[in-house]
Design a binder for this molecule. Sequence first.
Ligand code: HEC
Ligand code: HEC
Ligand code: HEC
Ligand code: HEC
Length: 409
Amino acid sequence: MKVDAVAVAPLDLAAGTEILLASQKQGFPWLSANLLDPKGQPLFEPVRIKKVGAVKVGLIGLTGQLNSPPSGVRQADWRTLLPALIEKTARQCDILVLLSSLPPAENQEIARQFPAIHLILAANLDSGNMNPQQINNSLITQTDRQGKYQGVLTIDWNKNGKWGNSKEEELNTLRNRLGALNQQLQRMRKQADPQQPEYLAKVKVIEENRETVAQQIKDIELKGVVTGNGQNSTSEMSSFSFNFIPLKQSLPEAPDIRAIITGIKQQINEQNRKVTKKEESLPFLGHDGCKSCHPAQTKFWQSTNHSRAWETLQKANQAFNLECLPCHVISSSEIPVNRNQLLALPKSLQTVGCENCHVGPGKSHAANPEQFHMKKQVEEKICLSCHTPQHDNHFSYQEKMKRIACPAN
Ligand code: HEC
Ligand code: HEC
Ligand code: HEC
Ligand code: HEC
């Protein structure tokens, strides 16, 4: 992919350091300032300086918290090593970028402490695409996980090293102001006695303001120049614009990469299948236990694909992939099912079953239906726990209900 720098993140170390060190030898630009060998020397390059046109860009890598560092790896605290590193690097470059998989709070702490860092590219698994936010003198931003988006940040860098407002931000502020002025005018026009000179003067002022704001918006839209409002130092400020480009499903697959991924998924599946122990006992009853008293609903459910959700995984060689299982087998918001249990479910729980929807578990109901009731209605949020936009981008509760709601007796 011709990358200039990649900071080592915790998941990159899942298979140990050897693979990374080998690719580093072949020239892959891994960075990490806080991963050290037993002697306290950095395992990877801490810093890279890359010339882009006339601008020298400094890149520092920091690796997020490792719960159990691989053998031969010590993780240093950034608080002890960053001050000296920044001091040294800042002198050698025009713009300083931190590539960080630290948690959001620590990135913000760094931004507050080190105004010499201009940009923090974060890598938090749960933050999704993050519009650049400025803290102190640093912009912090990131793209969503798993390469689903390409983040494009275009920077017009001015060597005084200060950020002005982004064009987007400036436009938003101006558009809001324009809206407010329009509303004010509308309100005033409804007022009584429009002939009063005082009133006319006020309207005139507002109209002039509106004209100025409209002109400022035009300037930005046409020329990309931020003007007016006393911010005339703007031309010396650095500015940026950003965009997240989604990876489209319509893009063609690379067959060799697809083959690697399929191979790895099958290895994971095989690995998990081997560690699977004997069946775990769970408080769910399973559809077999409902059949005798609710034959009509059971027969109907068997005709839906919910009853075959685990077989679907099996066909894809993914029936032991913990990433897939939670939505393709029994589950309930009320009963946590752990990894081991997910891998060792009895046959009748290896489906999206009755107790997923009728909020079980159903053992006590089956033993004493008059005393313990199952919920008949199924709320939308239950469906949405599995029918997430990522896995079903056509979910409509009303429409899909028609296809899966069990019939009355
Ligand atoms: C021994 C017979 C028996 C078994 C086994 C049984 N049920 Fe029931 N179920 C009943 C009876 C009887 C009612 C009606 C209870 C009532 O209306 O008070 C009922 C009612 C229901 C209702 C509708 C509740 C309502 O408000 O109308 C649902 C949903 C339900 N059962 C689901 C299940 C599920 C799921 C299972 C398996 C986990 C199951 N039942 C097992 C006898 C049984
Ligand atoms: C535990 C996760 C889970 C829950 C809860 C869930 N679904 Fe599903 N649903 C699935 C999966 C997985 C499939 C795909 C099954 C397959 O084809 O293997 C599916 C398939 C479907 C289908 C296609 C069925 C067919 O026969 O073609 C519909 C319609 C549907 N779900 C609607 C709903 C509605 C409505 C709800 C809530 C009332 C709901 N689902 C709750 C996981 C779930
Ligand atoms: C967050 C819940 C969730 C997870 C996790 C999940 N799925 Fe699904 N899956 C669904 C839902 C919901 C559907 C049904 C979508 C629809 O009806 O359009 C589905 C449908 C499918 C289908 C299509 C069935 C068909 O023939 O149309 C396949 C194949 C599938 N999933 C495989 C997987 C695999 C493999 C994984 C793990 C890598 C996985 N799923 C993880 C919820 C999930
Ligand atoms: C995907 C969700 C889903 C699954 C899975 C599911 N049901 Fe239902 N079931 C519904 C919905 C929706 C209704 C209709 C509720 C209503 O009328 O408000 C319903 C209705 C019922 C009723 C009440 C029928 C009546 O009106 O008297 C019973 C009993 C029932 N289901 C039993 C079962 C059993 C047994 C299973 C498993 C074999 C099962 N359901 C699986 C969604 C589900």
